[in-house]
Design a protein around this ligand. Structure first.
Ligand code: ADP
Ligand code: ZN
Length: 842
């Protein structure tokens, strides 16, 4: 007799079936839940279902119900792959919001949100259960349907489980294997297993978790009762003494490393009865690295810090707060105090950092403060098992602090009280591909809205749009003072026009030469940043270094060698390659950038005794090259480090007192509306590499447009001044935050076809805006070839939409995109991408 259906169990499930189709439809279908799964089915479980002619497609249960009103004969769910749900109904609702906002089908969103392999590797395995040797339990199944098979299975597990106390540490058996062994059909084995589980005769786990849950390590324990001291050598006594006050034991590896002994020595001591070796379960601990860190001293917050903290705690959560303060002003201390407050309230905290969390200073300090056992890190080096483990611990609410990069925003946090995003201006918070091309800040805002959590963004050089909103909402929390009285570096700008006029044809100015020499003499270190132009080519006058701009858009034009044309990639304006410079009438125009290699050669020629390290994309091809070079430089094994943008980030070397920037102009002359903002942020950041120790720092910036506002404000290290000027420019040109930007990108092997497609798309889109009555609040720019006009043999075109209409316009854009993708109008060989809130227009 089947067990009665318990109340609250569901009969039908809505399953999001993971069919790969090119259309944007979300495949959600109703399935019958077979009896054996009635009691366990939950939203968020991965399942196997039949679909069309296919038998085992994966999918997720996204809703449950007791009734079905449709007319179709329903099919049954084949199997539940993991009974522990990966998400709950609220989470799924958030995923749906993302899917809608970014016009990306739900399965694709889930693909990005859930850690890879969490589902694919969720293979169910059967282990012995706690009651396997209980005759009462065994007797119960014996007389039911398939009772003989049940006995056979119990006997098999009994024979093949090495330790009934630790069944999960042994080998598990898939239901499929057992079905073969017992010669039962799938359905029957599932029913049988459900029954055996109810009686505690078997345990079913997913392999991923079973594997990670029971990792063991060998530990050494002291034996306080042992009286062997006089028999031991001094060296052996040292080991015993070391273990004496460590009742929880010490991993063998650690003893070996710290005392410089060997495992053999430890074994000998065990045989002498002086200590005890034992395999113990280890809670896997990706943070063990930080175990030795010092407990962080606890400061009394400054008045500014306290005010910031109070504002976040007492204020409303209708919009983000901006913690605005230079490096050293105490932002991290505020983050930690806030986190502590939230934990005391029983709420959890999500901390986002731009780079992988392991290398982040914030991660280190949080761990030192809260202890590694209370913090989860989310980063790309986690193994599948570790990810699965962390995911479930967050999902269960066991872990309350998560630190991670962009993708941490997808974590299934429970009772979320606070999201903090450090260095919020960093472009790594936006995902370029694959879809959804989300911005973690946008998602964090939505999460905060849904959960009531507060959102705190922190930066020394905030994103202009963020600063604008925070200012308007009076939500800027300013930390104006630096702790420890460390001075900001002194910035000087060298005019390369004058340098050239005076006959210096080298890449390095005489001023920078002098400073480098001074550092070589005093043994201090220097960094030279060559701001890479990127893959596109701008045209520059070699006499006055003027960079050619689009007459309409005020962005640099790009030179296309093959056609000998210049092109604006905003508006599509095209022209012949210019013959002379409009500023100085010089005829020598260059369209090639300077490489780090050339600067390195120059350094070697000028300072033959200097030890020069180079870090650019060529060097980075080598695995670990980046870290090796950083480490060598930090260890003082180089006098001068030269490199591209990468040297601006993360280096914290006290002995670096000089930073030089070569061709700073290209930092703000990119064909992109955010180029001034990014340029200012980059120059400020690299300036911050100098003078981190006791000695003050100097920064020498070589540029041509010395009167460019980015340079003037960088010289004074004046964000506010920069902001005021930039925001006016944005308002005049109608760029964000005064508008919303959408970018359509088409790529196709056939140039003509791609072009025709995007032209037709532009036309249709304009019509859609017309129908919605939004024409007046919309500006279409282009279509035009992309700055990178051909990638991997595909021609690329883009179309920009500047919208002043808010949400209704976003809906028109998203609907248009969905319809185009699912309609018949989209040819096979066209790739059509939509980037909502586009950040980069290259
Ligand atoms: P940021 O994150 O803005 O760079 P930090 O929080 O790291 O700033 O603070 C800079 C330095 O000042 C750190 O060494 C920190 O320990 C110290 N510090 C921060 N807050 C205080 C305080 N309230 N009292 C004393 N020292 C502090
Ligand atoms: Zn233009």
């Amino acid at each position: 007799m089947p067990p009665p259906v318990a109340t609250g169990t569901a009969l039908y499930a809505q399953v999001l079936v993971n069919v790969t189709a090119r259309t944007l439809q979300d495949r959600i279908f109703t399935y019958l839940i077979p009896e054996e799964f009635h009691a366990v089915a939950r939203i968020g479980q991965p399942v196997l279902v039949p679909f069309g002619a296919q038998t085992d497609l994966t999918g997720f249960i996204v809703d449950l119900g007791d009734t079905y009103e449709g007319r179709f004969k329903l099919r049954e769910i084949t199997d539940i792959l993991d009974e522990q749900p990966l998400f709950d109904a609220e989470y799924y609702d958030f995923i749906r919001w993302v899917s809608d906002y970014y016009a990306t089908p739900i399965p694709q969103v889930l693909d990005v949100a859930l850690p890879a392999n969490l589902v694919q590797k969720a293979r169910k395995v059967v282990f012995a259960g706690a009651n396997l040797t209980d005759p009462m339990a065994v007797r119960k199944v014996q007389h039911e349907k398939n009772g003989r098979k049940a006995l056979e299975l119990v006997e098999f597990l009994y024979q093949n489980t090495s330790s009934l106390d630790e069944p999960l540490s042994g080998k598990g058996y898939t239901p499929k294997y057992l079905a073969g062994k017992l010669r039962l059909p799938t359905k029957a084995i599932n029913q049988l297993l459900a029954r055996l589980r109810a009686l505690g005769l078997v345990t079913v786990e997913t392999e991923l978790r079973a594997k990670t849950a029971i990792k063991t390590i060998r530990k050494v324990f002291s034996r306080p009762e042992a009286e062997t001291a006089e028999k031991l050598t001094a060296r052996q006594r040292e080991i015993v003494a070391y273990l004496r006050d460590k009742p929880e034991g010490v991993p063998v590896q650690q003893v070996v490393a710290e005392l410089g002994t060997t495992p053999e020595t430890l074994k000998r001591l065990e045989s002498l009865g002086a200590l005890r070796l034992e395999e113990v379960q280890s809670v896997r601990d990706p943070l063990s690295l930080y175990r030795q860190l010092q407990e962080h001293t606890h400061f009394k917050l400054s008045a500014y810090q306290q005010a910031a903290m109070d504002a976040v705690i007492c204020g409303d959560n209708s919009a983000p707060y901006l913690l605005y303060g230079i490096t050293g002003s105490g932002k991290t201390e505020v983050y930690m105090s806030l986190a502590r407050h939230m934990l005391e309230n029983g709420q959890s905290v999500l901390v986002m950092v731009p780079e992988i969390a392991l290398t982040s200073q914030i991660a280190r300090r949080f761990i030192a403060h809260f202890g590694s056992e209370n913090i989860a890190l989310w980063h790309s080096n986690l193994s599948d098992g570790e990810k699965a483990d962390t995911w479930q611990k967050l999902n269960n609410g066991e872990l309350k602090i998560l630190i991670g990069a962009r993708s941490a925003v997808w974590a299934p946090m429970k009772r979320l009280g606070l999201i903090m995003i450090d260095e919020e201006h960093e472009s790594s918070y936006k995902q370029d591909s694959p879809a959804p091309r989300y911005n973690a800040k946008t998602l964090a805002m939505e999460l905060a809205r849904r959960t009531g959590a507060r959102l705190l963004l922190g930066s020394a050089t905030p994103e202009v749009a963020v600063f604008y909103e925070a200012k308007a909402g009076k939500r800027i929390l300013h930390l104006p003072e630096r702790f420890g009285g460390r001075q900001l570096a002194k910035v000087s700008i060298v005019d390369m026009k004058r340098e050239r006029a005076q006959g210096n044809r080298n890449q390095l100015s005489r001023a920078l030469d002098e400073e480098l020499l001074r550092n070589l003499e005093t043994g201090e270190q220097s960094i030279i940043l060559l701001n890479r132009r990127g893959f596109y080519t701008t045209i520059q006058c070699t006499t006055c270094d003027y960079i050619f701009m689009c007459p309409d858009c005020d962005v640099a034009v790009t030179f296309h060698r093959t056609r000998n044309m210049v092109c604006c990639h905003y508006c599509g304006h095209e022209g012949e390659r210019p013959q002379y410079c409009p500023v100085c009438a010089g005829m020598e125009l260059s369209h090639s950038g300077v490489g780090t290699q050339r600067i390195e050669d120059e350094l070697v020629r000028k300072f033959p005794e200097a030890r020069v390290l180079r870090l650019d994309s060529d060097v980075m091809q080598r695995k670990h090259a980046h870290r090796e070079i950083f480490e060598a430089f930090s260890a003082g094994e180089g006098d001068i480090l030269i490199g591209t943008q990468i040297v601006a980030k993360g280096l914290d070397v006290g002995n670096v007192t000089l930073v030089g920037v070569v061709s700073a102009d290209s930092a703000f002359a990119l064909p992109d509306y955010k180029s001034a903002e990014r340029g200012f942020q980059l120059l400020t950041q690299v300036a911050g590499r100098a003078g981190r120790g006791d000695k003050p720092g100097r920064v020498v910036i070589q540029a041509v447009q010395t009167q460019h506002m980015v340079l003037l404000h960088t010289e004074k290290q004046d964000y506010d001044g920069f902001y005021e000027e930039e925001i006016q420019q944005r308002e005049t040109l109608g760029f964000p935050p005064f508008s919303q930007l959408f970018r359509f990108i088409v790529s196709c092997e056939n140039e003509k076809k791609g072009q025709q497609f995007i032209q037709a798309a532009a036309l249709h889109l304009r019509e859609s805006f017309g129908q919605a009555g939004l024409e007046q609040q919309i500006q279409l720019m282009g279509p035009a070839p992309c700055v990178l006009p051909r990638i991997q043999a595909r021609y690329r075109f883009h179309l920009l939409v500047k919208s002043f209409a808010g949400e209704p316009a976003r809906q028109v854009v998203a609907d248009f995109y969905r319809q185009t993708l699912s309609g018949s109008a989209l040819p096979e060989d066209i790739n059509f991408i939509l980037d909502i809130d586009a950040q980069s227009l290259l």
